[in-house]
Unconditional design. Structure first.
Length: 110
């Protein structure tokens, strides 16, 4: 069939009396998490007695860089026993990264 001239559009809706029915609207929200683990040349492993496992560690002074935590939050988590503090071979303090990851996940889900 060949049409010539102007085409006009139209809107069709179901009406009952003065009410007009609309389709249901569904909203889907997708949440994702990501974890980026970087290993440097100075990456150290140590035995964590609380985890009962060989774990990756980070120097206590580097925890703020690794996790974006302030000193107050790190101190609070250490005092609460949420972070596992280990002595390193050179006498400095290191943090078990498994405990840091577990504590961060606990914060996210709370």
């Amino acid at each position: 069939m060949l049409l010539s001239g102007k085409l006009t559009s139209f809107h069709h809706s179901h009406k009952v009396g003065k009410q007009e029915f609309m389709a249901n609207k569904t909203t889907i929200t997708i949440e994702t998490d990501s974890l980026l683990i970087l290993r440097g040349r100075t990456s150290r492993q140590a035995w964590c007695p609380q985890c009962a496992a060989e774990v990756e560690t980070a120097a206590l002074e580097d925890i703020g860089v690794v996790s974006n935590l302030g000193r107050a939050a790190v101190a609070e988590w250490l005092n609460a026993g949420d972070l596992h503090r280990l002595p390193s071979a050179d006498g400095s303090q290191v943090i078990c990264l498994n405990s840091l990851l577990a504590r961060v996940r606990k914060t996210i889900t709370s």
